[in-house]
Ligand binder design. Structure first.
Ligand code: NAG
Ligand code: NAG
Ligand code: NAG
Length: 163
């Protein structure tokens, strides 16, 4: 019971709580600084996505307030197919040759810069790259997308050794 606690116990407990709070605040700010410094300028990922599903691609994990311009470049089967860009200072989106209505911003670009394909078709095989221009340099995140056809999709589910 609390009334049986000695003052020195309480003081020890308080010191411990203050120490833990200070440690967690310091820890999180150090993490944030390190993440910014250690973020590689360019990362590519290979993805296999079943046909007829929805795919969402994220940009580099940079705070939106430090990004000046974000550009998605979509290269289907080795030819530049389309670009989508967002300029933060003007809160303005621009697009070049994007005629495929299935490839769009996943959300409002002033809140989230991810790109989505919904639904994925076999013609969407290709390379999708988010480029972010920031005062600290440019950062790229690329995705090599391979769309799995219906047969491969079924094969996957019937082969538990692959799971
Ligand atoms: C990422 O992929 C693109 C397109 O294939 C290539 O031009 C670029 O060099 C790759 N970057 C890295 C870091 O692998
Ligand atoms: C950006 O523009 C959209 C629509 O044009 C608007 O809904 C949104 O509030 C704007 N965001 C900012 C941060 O100004
Ligand atoms: C749009 O396509 C045309 C012709 O294929 C090309 O010349 C032009 O550079 C493309 N524009 C963009 C912004 O991708």
């Amino acid at each position: 019971m609390l009334c049986t606690w000695r003052t020195s116990d309480l003081r020890l407990l308080l010191t411990l709580i203050v120490f833990l709070v200070v440690a967690s605040v310091n820890g999180s700010s150090t993490d944030k600084r390190q993440r910014k410094l250690e973020l590689p300028a360019e990362v590519n990922t290979s993805l296999s996505v079943p046909v007829d599903t929805k795919a969402v691609f994220d940009c580099p994990p940079i705070p939106l307030t430090s990004v000046v311009v974000t550009t998605w470049q979509i290269i289907l089967r080795d030819k530049l197919s389309c670009t989508r860009a967002y300029r933060r200072d003007r809160n303005e989106t621009k697009e070049g040759n994007c005629t495929d209505e299935r490839i769009i911003w996943a959300s409002r670009p002033d809140e989230n810069l991810a790109l989505q394909i919904d639904p994925v078709a076999t013609t969407h095989d290709g390379f999708y790259m988010c480029q972010m221009v920031t005062p600290d340099g440019n950062f790229h995140r690329g995705y090599h997308l391979q769309v799995l056809g219906k047969e491969e999709h079924i094969l996957w589910y019937f082969r538990p050794d692959l799971a």
